[in-house]
Structures are given as structure tokens and as C-alpha cells.
Design a binder for this molecule. Structure first.
Ligand code: SF4
Length: 217
């Protein structure tokens, strides 16, 4: 079931450092980083959030799902993807048969932006936290959810509607984009596309179509 992350030439993707030190050192570094994020006031979102939303999942994940920003429910609970979009993501994770120690979920932005507007300036300020999180988690595979997450992880990537459902060249880490689950709640057509793309991710993880790149991207 586990595909091996392979080095290959291709577009530059998100840099991930080698995992540091022992498990205990990594855990301590993770806890320090999480406290730092929860106290952060580096951008204006720090003043409007209820609380920063750091992460949920394994600290040694094979796959990390990367959303754009916490929504209102995440802001209330302090946990990423706990609203309706999160339920859709959780159903997909069940369908992919990922156990709890195999995956994690986080966002590019750690604080809820008013009106759910992704703020590129705040994302630039917040980016070092994402880099440090991914350096500690060291996943084989990143699954950006939606356009902003994809462009953060791979700035030169094509539009999300072209890229979703297919593994990107490059890596490790390998990148396999999906639509943002919140978008798929608003459109039956996108919900069907989500189902198809999650199925494609499942086949890819199982090794059935590792090299099936989209012909137009
Ligand atoms: S969004 Fe990021 S940079 Fe801005 S206050 Fe929150 S944690 Fe800090």
C-alpha cells in the first residue's frame, strides 16, 4: 500500500528538511513551535482570530492535507477542518483507508481570516510556520486542498481545476492536489469531481497509476 517517495527532476516544490534528532527532540520542537504559533501576532489576523489553529493528526504522518485557512468553526474549536468541509475531508480519508497515524491536517494560514478571504500578505508572513511544521513532520506526500494551498506548495502549478486529481511531477515530497472540500459543498458538479479525484488519489497511493500525469499540465 505504501508508495515510496522517489527523487525525480521537475518543478521545484515545497522544500522539506530532513527530520531532526530523536523522536523526543522532534516532539519537544513541535510543542515549542505550536506554542509560538498560538502566541503569534505577526500579522493583523492575530488580532481578529479567536485562537490560532495549528494541526491535527499524527506527528509522523505519511500524508499531510494542506488547507488554505481556518474557517469560523475551526476558529471556535482551534482544530483544522472540523466544519462541514472537514466532514467531507474525513469521509475521503476514510475512503482512502488511512489510519490515524498515517495522516495530518493543517492550513497555510494559522488564523481565521475575516469573511474567509485568503490573505496572500498574511500567508507570506505565516509561511515560516508552515515550513517549520513540514520540516518536523517530514511527510512523503502533500495534498493541497484548493488553489491557494497548491500555489503555496508549488508556485508554478497550473490552475487547480487542471491540476486536481493528478500527481504533480517533482518532489519529494510528492504533491497530489485536490479541490478544496468547501467548494465541493456548493456545486454538485464539483462534488462529483471531488469523488473522482479522491478515487484517483486512492489508486495512486495503491500504486496503480503513479505516473499518470494529466496530459494538459
Ligand atoms: S496568520 Fe500566521 S503570521 Fe498571522 S498572526 Fe496568525 S500565526 Fe501569526
Amino acid at each position: 500500500m505504501k508508495p515510496r517517495a522517489r527523487s525525480r527532476s521537475g518543478p521545484r516544490t515545497f522544500p522539506i528538511a530532513q527530520p531532526i534528532g530523536t523522536e523526543a527532540a522532534r516532539r519537544a520542537a513541535w510543542d515549542r513551535l505550536s506554542r509560538e504559533i498560538r502566541r503569534c501576532q505577526l500579522c493583523p489576523l492575530g488580532r481578529t482570530r479567536t485562537q490560532a489553529v495549528v494541526y491535527r493528526g499524527s506527528l509522523a504522518p505519511r500524508i499531510v492535507f494542506v488547507g488554505e485557512a481556518p474557517g469560523a468553526e475551526e476558529d471556535r474549536q482551534g482544530i483544522p477542518f472540523v466544519g462541514r468541509a472537514g466532514q467531507r475531508l474525513d469521509r475521503a480519508i476514510e475512503r482512502l483507508q488511512l489510519s490515524t497515524d498515517e495522516y495530518g491536517v493543517l492550513n497555510v494560514l494559522k488564523c481565521h481570516p475575516p469573511r474567509n478571504r485568503f490573505d496572500p500578505s498574511a500567508a507570506r508572513t505565516c509561511r515560516p510556520y508552515l515550513e517549520r511544521q513540514l520540516a518536523l513532520l517530514a511527510p512523503e506526500i502533500l495534498v493541497p486542498l484548493g488553489r491557494s494551498a497548491l500555489r503555496t506548495l508549488e508556485p508554478g502549478a497550473p490552475a487547480i481545476l487542471l491540476a486536481a486529481g493528478y500527481p504533480r511531477p517533482g518532489g519529494p515530497p510528492r504533491i497530489f492536489p485536490l479541490l478544496h472540500p468547501a467548494a465541493t459543498l456548493r456545486s454538485r458538479r464539483w462534488a462529483e469531481r471531488w469523488d473522482r479525484d479522491v478515487g484517483a488519489l486512492g489508486s495512486w497511493l495503491a500504486g496503480g497509476s503513479k505516473n499518470a500525469y494529466h496530459p494538459t499540465v
